[in-house]
Design a protein around this ligand. Structure first.
Ligand code: ZN
Length: 446
């Protein structure tokens, strides 16, 4: 394939900045809002009436942790072209009444797991805390973003002398092994010390903090590495790499016959079953409201769905250099070799021959490489959001992702070329229309 002139360096630097500024799903959404505002998109609120105009771009958030941005073409539209990804990653959440005193000498914090993470990467590295708090105001309550921007905690390993068998395998106990060391305070200063720190950061009174959603985050910044800069390593590549590429594609696209919809849901790592997750009505509500605000009938909504296409974009497993036999024998996705189309006979991934074919045609139009992924037949894979979203809005959907290794580590590795490929594919998707021309036949209008 003749390769286009992609500006890999530029997009990687932008991605690294986005990742660094997005230590929680709330921050990931806030940063996308900023990018959309800068590009002239108008904010909509779910609680207010929408008046929309052809040719304009809009966005709406739910729970400050999920976001849908869309652009309406200048003329009447055939359907919706959607790319869906997720804002959350496996992480440790800080519990209420977090301080635990140890022999009146140390204070550690009580945390619990959010999602299925690799535990060991959380050990022996500087950590801090990010998320949101909800504070009392004279009128009611108000949320505030929190990012403590300094090295604050560490989850220390046990010395090998006290567990000589550790390298033969270790079972991590979340209540015992994963609690971060926070301070050396003692006595009456201990209780409430964590919330007092957060109150100071937020410039509010501790007693005004009514509740919190606060998470640990890895302080190590993302980087480009490899002999020739082939790889990108960072926290949150799953799935902010896809969310970022989707948004960049939207900003570069020119929707002509379809509404372009960039959709980033929360809580994929815990099954998507929240009001801001892919199992919720968020996407359906937004599509309905676009249809109604443009003066179209319910019948026209149904015909639009039949002429819509969704790309469920969630990172994929690349071949691991030390464990190449963990992958399927004939489908071998490598980092830097393009977008991965995911297949599962049991339809854990939504891809079928039609949606796979349409996406391959789309990659050809975008002049980007693609590869295919199946799980080994004797191994269960992970799940994603495409098939869950399909329960609310059923349309032709393909499951794809960018090839990465160390998925669900708090420092993951991917290819330094693949973000640019997905951005280009997203741009083509958002500029195109897939029109149902009878079941089984589709016109692809680029
Ligand atoms: Zn994911």
């Amino acid at each position: 394939m003749s390769e286009k002139n992609f500006s890999f360096d530029t997009i990687n630097q932008e991605l690294l900045k986005f990742l660094d500024e997005s230590p929680s799903s709330f921050h990931a959404v806030a940063n996308q809002k900023e990018m959309l505002e800068a590009a002239g998109f108008t904010r909509l609120l779910e609680g207010c009436k929408w008046s929309l105009e052809a040719g304009q771009g809009y966005y709406v958030t739910r729970n400050d942790s999920a976001i849908i941005a869309f652009r309406i073409p200048k003329k009447d539209f055939a359907g919706f072209q959607i790319m869906a990804s997720h804002s959350d990653s496996p992480v440790f959440k800080i519990k209420a009444n977090a301080e635990i005193e140890v022999e009146k000498k140390y204070v550690k914090l009580n945390v619990e797991k959010y999602g299925g993470m690799l535990c060991s990467p959380w050990l022996d590295r500087p950590l801090s805390v990010a998320g949101r708090i909800v504070v009392r105001t004279p009128e009611g309550v108000k949320t505030k973003l929190i990012k403590v921007d300094r090295d604050l905690m560490i989850i220390p390993n046990l010395a090998i002398h006290m567990n000589r068998q550790v390298n033969e395998g270790y079972e991590f106990n979340a209540q015992k092994d994963m609690l971060p060391l926070f301070s050396a305070e003692s006595g009456e200063n201990v209780k409430g010390s964590f919330l007092r720190l957060i109150a100071k950061e937020a410039d509010v009174k501790p007693e005004d903090i009514l509740d919190t959603d606060l998470f640990l985050y890895n302080r190590m910044k993302g980087t480009i590495l490899g002999l020739n800069g082939e790889f990108i390593a960072s926290p949150h590549l799953d799935d902010l790499q896809c969310a970022f590429a989707s948004l960049k594609g939207l900003l570069a696209a020119e929707p002509k016959d379809s509404v372009a919809v960039h959709c980033v849901m929360d809580n994929e790592e815990v099954g998507s079953g929240t009001k801001q997750g892919a199992a919720s009505t968020f996407l359906k509500d937004v599509l309905h409201r676009i249809n109604a605000a443009m003066g179209r009938s319910e019948e026209e909504y149904m015909t639009a769905l039949a002429s819509s296409f969704m790309v469920s974009a969630d990172n994929a497993h690349g071949i691991h250099p030390n464990q190449p036999d963990k992958a399927d024998p004939t489908n071998r996705p490598y980092m830097n070799e393009g977008i991965v189309i995911k297949y599962s006979a049991n339809q854990k991934y939504t891809t079928d021959a039609v949606s796979g074919a349409i996406f391959k045609a789309l990659c050809a139009k975008a002049e980007v490489p693609f590869q295919t992924f199946h799980n080994r037949s004797d191994m269960l894979g992970g799940s994603t959001l495409g098939n869950i979203s399909g329960n609310q809005v059923a349309l032709n959907t393909v499951d794809i992702g960018l090839p990465q290794i160390a998925m669900h580590s708090n420092y993951e590795t991917a290819g330094s070329k693949d973000t640019a490929y997905l951005t280009e594919a997203a741009k083509v998707l958002f500029s195109a229309a897939v029109c149902g021309d009878g079941d089984g036949n589709y016109q692809l209008k680029w």
